[in-house]
Write a new protein. Structure first.
Ligand code: C2O
Ligand code: CU
Ligand code: CU
Length: 519
């Protein structure tokens, strides 16, 4: 594919967006100028985050769900125990073997399945082969585990991201899922500051499903779609070679569903399928759209919705998840599941990508979309005890929240919250690119969004959606209602373009246990 020539006008817009928006420092702007005058980029785009054009590969192999993680305690009710080894393994990516970072040899990682109320025990072994330091000066082979989306304690042997495993180390985590919402798609990935982007890019991510407790969605054929992109060079994940990789966030030339390029998913005319979709990409945004069909959104990160919401497209920022019903057309043919171009800022107009081919054929079914999903899902209503402002910015190769760039666990705590209360967080984006804001432990509801995609803003401010990743549009802002419930300890919030987390767009959140229990 030819290198896209950037016109002088586009370049001026890009540079001034960078300067005005502060999304890149001066040195970075000079680096972009260098890249644009050069011609050696190759591949599908002009730079990491500046992909343009279309990725439309031919239909590939039959769609496969990721493997399920074996439960070592299948005979013991209430206990799920799994063993996870973080190691490199050869993975077949669209016909080419690459050495990726994997959990138990699989890309993406095997799906952990649990029920509300279970105790989940995870034996993690660090067998990562990487050596030395990355360009941020962090040891590349230290890892740990974060259970993104679980409403569990951030302390001790639970979801404690301060635990660190050196190569060869093992650690046993235990998560008490008695307060966890059913019917949720969560995921697990490493969380050692300064090394997350590289490990996640290399392949370390897997889904963690908490089963439904309502029968309403149980009857549909259900699939998990883990969206992940990568570029491979010399048989390995493309390295992080420059500050620019961290400032822009890496987007890959291979865009895959469950590690497959444009897999073919069969559906019968009139059939309803349930798709659980996870954006496990470092920096790529997906604007999901299925040719000839609408998407019925029935759940978000923190739980199921009251009823289905019909959408023509849905933006999934890095870290976001969606639970979707699709009713196949009665016209038997192939329909492409697309990611439409999404402009995430800093000169990146986005690409149109064919994610999968939905092959509609066979005996006609007469499935229906239910009118009610979870009657108990409501817009949360509580009097906030505090209103906080968290300002996201970038510059000098670093990311900041309220002007502070995270450097380590001895870091200044940015927020102290009282257990049993509720707060309004206003997240302000003072940069020229979007940031998907994520907080651990407690999901939130969205009160308002300004800037960005109007459809997303209208959606999340009106439906009873629990979110743990909310996209904050460039030079825009969002207000979140955050209940602080059940668990004390030190948690975190950060941008889920994980490169930005690694360069400091992260803060510590002290959940203090002196408050009253949540009603
Ligand atoms: Cu998925 Cu703190 O992250
Ligand atoms: Cu998380
Ligand atoms: Cu960011």
């Amino acid at each position: 594919m030819a290198v896209k020539k950037v016109s002088r006008r586009e370049f001026i817009e890009l540079s001034s967006a960078a300067l005005v928006g502060g999304c890149l420092g001066l040195n970075s702007v000079r680096a972009i100028a260098g890249m644009m005058s050069g011609s050696g980029m190759g591949g599908g785009g002009m730079m990491g985050g500046g992909m343009t054009g279309t990725i439309d590969p031919p239909p590939g192999s039959l769609f496969m769900d990721p493997p399920v993680m074996p439960n070592l305690r299948a005979g013991t009710p209430g206990l799920v125990e799994v063993s996870i080894e973080a190691r490199s393994a050869p993975v077949n990516l669209n016909g080419t073997i690459a050495n990726l970072l994997t959990y138990n040899g699989s890309y993406p990682g095997p799906t952990i399945r649990v029920k509300q109320g279970d105790l989940l025990r995870v034996n993690l072994r660090n067998s990562l082969p990487m050596q030395g330091m990355n360009i941020l000066g962090h040891d590349r082979d230290i890892t740990n585990l974060h259970t993104h989306g679980l409403h569990v304690s951030p302390m001790g042997i639970s979801d404690n991201v301060m635990v660190m495993l050196m190569p060869g180390d093992t650690f046993t985590y235990e998560y008490d899922l008695s307060k966890q919402s059913a019917g949720t798609l969560n995921f697990y990935h490493p969380h050692v500051h300064g090394t997350v982007a590289e490990q996640y890019w290399g392949g370390l991510a897997g889904a963690l499903i908490v089963e439904d407790d309502l029968p309403v969605l149980g009857g549909y054929e259900t699939h998990l779609m883990v969206l992940k992109d990568i570029s491979v060079s010399g048989g390995n994940p493309e390295v992080y070679g420059s500050t620019m990789d961290y400032m822009m966030g890496k987007e890959g030339k291979l865009v895959m569903v469950n590690g497959q390029v444009n897999p073919v998913l069969p559906i019968r005319p009139g059939q309803v399928q349930r798709w659980r979709v996870l954006n496990a990409s470092n920096a790529r945004y997906y604007k999901l759209s299925l040719e000839g069909h609408s998407l019925q959104l029935v759940g978000t990160e923190g739980g199921l919705l009251d009823k289905p919401y019909s959408l023509t497209s849905l933006v999934l920022a890095p870290g976001e998840r969606a639970d979707i019903l699709v009713k196949a057309s009665l016209t038997a043919k192939n329909y492409r599941l697309l990611s439409l171009p999404y402009d995430r800022g800093c000169g990146s107009m986005g690409q149109q990508v064919t994610l999968a081919t939905i092959s509609c054929k066979g005996t006609r079914a007469s499935d229906t979309i239910p009118s009610v999903i979870d009657p108990e899902a409501v817009r949360f209503n509580a009097i906030p005890v505090a209103t906080r402002q968290l300002t996201l910015s970038m510059g000098q190769g670093r990311g900041y929240i309220n002007g502070v760039s995270f450097t380590g666990m001895d870091h200044t705590t940015l927020l102290h919250s009282e257990l049993g209360t509720c707060e309004v967080w206003e997240i302000v984006n003072q940069s020229g690119m979007d940031h998907p804001f994520h907080q651990h432990v407690n999901p939130c509801q969205v009160l308002s969004v300004s800037g960005g995609d109007p459809a997303s803003a209208a959606l999340y401010t009106r439906i009873p959606a629990w979110k743990d990743v909310v996209n904050i549009p460039r030079m825009g802002r969002a207000k979140l209602l955050v209940p602080i419930a059940d668990f004390d300890g030190m948690a975190m919030f950060h941008c889920h373009i994980v490169e930005h987390e690694d360069i400091g767009m992260m803060g510590l959140w002290d959940l203090m246990g002196s408050g009253m229990p949540m009603p």
